[in-house]
Design a protein around this ligand. Structure first.
Ligand code: HAM
Length: 420
């Protein structure tokens, strides 16, 4: 019979590597949980229109990469390609913005889906941890989010990442720039698709990686020269606050993100050890998104960090996370009676908060000790009929190899004392 494989562009997280992913999610969310962000979880799919309107019809994400489908009931849905539109939709639906003080601060962690050409660091199913601060226009909020992401990466030991920062202007100044840029682009010698892109989304052309296009872009109008005074002042304040926090960043006036909802502050975290898929995270302000999806004006800012790429970044820097062994005590029972007694002790240990495991499958001493070794447990508890007849078990320190008898009734306390 044919065997099944994980679909193209996806991979499974399996022990022992999967603990790294848990640790990364934990490390990224810790600074958020410590800063007033509440946990939110939304469905893996949404009305396709939410993304079309929110992320933007002209983006690659919506036009080429979305897993969109019609259900048996005739609903038009899409697997979520990103989290921001969903989180804002959920916040509006629950009227979170009316229930207390703004901003509403939320964090999330989950799976996202994009039908992209798979390569290292680029998958069709990937995971993000993200944060959204909804309903406040305050440069300190933009700064807070950038500082928290920096803190998250540093807590993992990452060093070879850079923060790229830009302002995309607002609904006052960006259209003026857009027109100026379009005027410039119309004078260039570009292929048909790029000409079309220049009409729909001219800023995206600046992001074109081809050398012949880049050469022609020398001398293109730059957004910085078109920012209105309000946007300039806002951006300067964000820069000042991040600088004061000791977080280094680079101004990158060419930074254009792949989603249409951004206004003003935009940023990306790039890692220099990752090759072409170097963006480990990104985000920015999206002051118009709420209105785009039918809500009131709610200026907001957020980011999402890619868990898969963060794990790759750890590998690129040779960082081994300090993850404790999943099992502290491994019980090896020899004989039926010993199995029954030790199985009971394992349950007791677990209830006492000690991570314990048991040699299943009726193995002999040699095979069971191999399992104990493989488990990474600090101690093995070994007992046969003769020990039990004396009310004893053997407690073996797997590091030193030392073994000593312990009274069965004192096992839990003895183990806890030694682990402490
Ligand atoms: P994004 O830049 O599209 O932003 O994605 C954020 C991160 O998700 C990327 O930097 C990358 O690490 C990871 N990522 C994206 N696509 C893939 C893929 N195909 N394979 C592996 N990793 C991937 C957003 O999604 C926005 N919602 C961020 C945001 C939140 N903006 C405001 N609030």
């Amino acid at each position: 019979m044919a065997t099944f494989k994980a679909p193209k562009g996806t991979y499974d997280l399996i022990p022992p590597v999967s603990v790294k992913y848990l640790a990364v999610r934990e490390a990224i969310s810790a600074p958020l949980r410590n800063s007033g962000y509440g946990y939110i979880e939304t469905p893996g799919f949404e009305d396709v229109g939410l993304f079309a309107r929110g992320v933007g019809e002209s983006t690659d994400i919506v036009s080429k990469e979305m897993y969109a489908f019609e259900t048996k009931g005739g609903d038009q849905l899409a697997l979520r390609p990103e989290g921001t539109a969903s989180v804002l939709r959920a916040a509006l639906e629950a009227s979170l913005h009316k229930q207390g003080n703004l901003p509403v601060k939320l964090w999330y962690s989950g799976s996202y889906y994009r039908y992209e050409r798979p390569q290292k660091g680029r998958y069709r199913h990937f995971s993000q941890v993200g944060a959204e601060a909804i309903g406040a226009e305050d440069p300190a909020l933009d700064a807070e989010l950038i500082i928290l992401a920096d803190q998250a990466y540093r807590s993992l030991g990452l060093r070879a990442f850079r923060i790229l920062l830009n302002s995309l202007g607002d609904k006052e100044c960006r259209p003026v720039y857009r027109e100026a840029l379009q005027g410039f682009l119309r004078g260039l010698d570009l292929d048909e698709e790029t000409v079309r892109r220049a009409e729909i989304n001219p800023l995206r052309v600046l992001d074109d990686k081809r050398p012949d296009v880049q050469k022609q872009l020398v001398g293109a109008p730059v957004l910085r020269d078109y920012l209105c005074d309000a946007c300039k002042a806002y951006h300067e304040e964000v820069r000042a606050l991040i600088t004061a926090a000791g977080v280094a960043f680079e101004d990158d006036e060419k930074l254009v993100r792949g989603l249409d909802y951004y206004t003003r502050t935009t940023f990306e975290f790039v890692h220099d050890g990752l090759g072409s898929q170097s963006a480990v995270g990104g985000g920015g302000r999206y002051d118009g998104l709420s209105e785009m999806i039918g809500g009131p004006a709610l200026p907001s800012v957020g980011w999402a960090l890619g868990v898969d790429r963060t794990v790759l970044a750890l590998e690129a820097e040779g960082i081994e996370l300090d993850i404790p062994a999943p099992t502290a005590v491994f019980a090896v029972a020899l004989g039926e009676e010993a199995r029954r007694v030790l199985f009971g002790k394992v349950t007791e240990l677990r209830k006492a908060g000690v991570a314990a495991d048991f040699s299943f499958g009726g193995k002999g001493l040699k095979g069971a000790m191999k399992d104990a070794n493989r488990s990474g447990a600090r101690f093995a508890v070994v007992a046969g009929e003769r020990d039990l007849a004396e009310g004893l078990v053997q407690l073996k320190d797997m590091e030193s190899g030392e073994q000593s008898p312990v009274a069965l009734t004192e096992l839990v306390d003895a183990v806890r004392a030694r682990l402490a």
